[in-house]
Design a protein around this ligand. Structure first.
Ligand code: FE2
Ligand code: FE2
Length: 242
């Protein structure tokens, strides 16, 4: 089994131009607690959407101890990030009560990224005309393909975020989350190969789509920051960009 199946993609993303773009974006967000609170709340929302998808897609007959632990880990990530967002909001005068768009930074765009990715995995599997594939196996393969792409992104994203948090002397860390995501990445590598073989056919297409969707999400974040900065400079309160 190829233990590095997904790790190689994490390394490729680290070298991608979007990493520089993310750093530049974080350097605009982190110094402003109001913006930062909403951004961290967006991350909490994404972790929550991950939990919701797992609960919906994983059939009881396939759920083992690791699967249950994964679900709980993502719920804990959502909770930790929500608490960090609330603390930042208290110091920055922002409200992050719910995951509604006004309480997040490009929160709708973040959720759209996740939903579109899941849909892409679903379409890839629907295109396979193998009548022997059961609904249960298809649901599991869909979960694995989407989760693999999300875990690759998480392992490309959180270390960069942690580095920028330390550079700005931010009052919290995401290193515990990174540790969990590393374990999840390994788990997804193993499960994907166990279910779909040593070179999962649809994986590259789903990962390529993820890169595209992530770029769109970054663009939505950039637009939301532009609006907030314009407003802070005393400009007209433009409509919030999702
Ligand atoms: Fe997570
Ligand atoms: Fe994860």
């Amino acid at each position: 089994m190829d233990a590095l199946l997904l790790k190689r993609h994490v390394d490729a993303r680290a070298r991608h131009a979007d990493t520089r773009r993310l750093e530049a974006l974080l350097d605009r967000i982190i110094p402003r607690p109001d913006l930062h609170a909403r951004f961290v709340n967006t991350l909490a929302r994404l972790e929550y959407v991950g939990v919701r998808k797992m609960v919906k897609s994983r059939r009881a007959e396939r759920l083992d101890l690791d699967g249950l632990q994964h679900l709980l880990d993502e719920a804990v990530h959502a909770l930790r990030l929500k608490k960090a967002a609330s603390a930042l909001a208290a110091s920055g005068g922002a409200a992050v009560t719910t995951f509604a768009d006004a309480d997040t930074l490009a929160g709708e765009a973040g959720e759209a990224y996740f939903q579109a990715l899941d849909r892409r995995a679903e379409l890839a599997l629907a295109g396979e005309s193998n009548g022997a594939v059961t609904d249960s196996a298809r649901a599991e393969a869909n979960y694995l393909l989407t989760s693999a792409a999300i875990e690759v992104r998480a392992q490309a994203f959180y270390p960069v975020y942690e580095h920028r948090l330390r550079a700005h002397g931010a009052p919290f860390s995401v290193s515990a989350i990174t540790k969990d995501e590393d374990r999840h990445l390994q788990e997804m590598s193993e499960r994907l190969q166990a279910l779909l073989g040593p070179a999962p056919r649809d994986l590259d297409g789903v990962l390529a789509e993820e890169e595209l969707l992530y770029g769109r999400f970054l663009a939505a974040l950039e637009a939301a920051i532009d609006v907030a900065e314009r407003f802070a400079r005393g400009g007209a309160p433009a409509a919030r960009v999702a």
